[in-house]
Design a protein around this ligand. Structure first.
Ligand code: SAM
Length: 163
């Protein structure tokens, strides 16, 4: 049996996949992810799972997503320009976190963190405030996602954009 002790590191729960169960049902914008029970602030709710793409292949995928208006691309912006981090596409392979809808202006209740888990960079989602049972979970996708001129990716950054 896998065992762990809870510690100060937020990737401990990610490492043990100790996430909160979500319910997927119709939300404010198509399908959305909802809390099944009360969730405390700072709780791990899941890891973004998807096909790993390079920038070139993600640009190709973005053309398809523009056509059907459903975009599941998630890009991690590296702190250092020399580092190339993957883009995750949850359109065909994914888990419940692919249904997180967007809300900005501090109306979001979930944030993304990139953490090193077992030597790999992973995107984990954590509640940023207390969430009540049956509430919809929202993530701020970042400004780049809604920019029609650019390839649209969900972006792990701290910029806010009202939609
Ligand atoms: C990662 S998916 C979220 C799950 C999606 N609602 C579904 O039904 O599969 C992102 C897509 O959800 C929709 N969406 C999410 N948040 C939105 C918002 N605030 N306004 C408009 N559309 C939104 C858009 O179609 C976007 O491409």
């Amino acid at each position: 049996m896998l065992r762990y002790t809870t510690g100060p590191c937020s990737n401990t729960r990610m490492q043990c996949l100790d996430s909160k169960p979500l319910e997927i049902k119709r939300g404010e914008h198509g399908l959305g992810a909802f809390a099944r029970g009360d969730i405390n602030s700072g709780r791990f709710i899941g890891t973004y799972v998807g096909q790993i793409l390079t920038t070139g292949s993600a640009d190709h995928t973005a053309e398809i997503t523009k056509h059907n208006s459903l975009n599941y691309l998630f890009e991690v912006t590296p702190d250092n320009d020399d580092v190339q981090l993957p883009i995750f596409d949850a359109a065909y392979i994914g888990n419940a976190t692919r249904f997180l809808n967007h809300k900005a202006g501090n109306h979001d209740n979930v944030e993304a963190q990139t953490l090193l888990v077992n030597g790999e960079h992973q995107i984990g989602f954590f509640t940023k405030k207390k969430v009540k049972a049956r509430e919809e979970l929202f993530l701020d996708y970042g400004t780049k996602y809604w920019n029609d001129d650019a390839t649209q990716y969900l972006c792990h950054n701290t910029e806010h954009h009202d939609k």
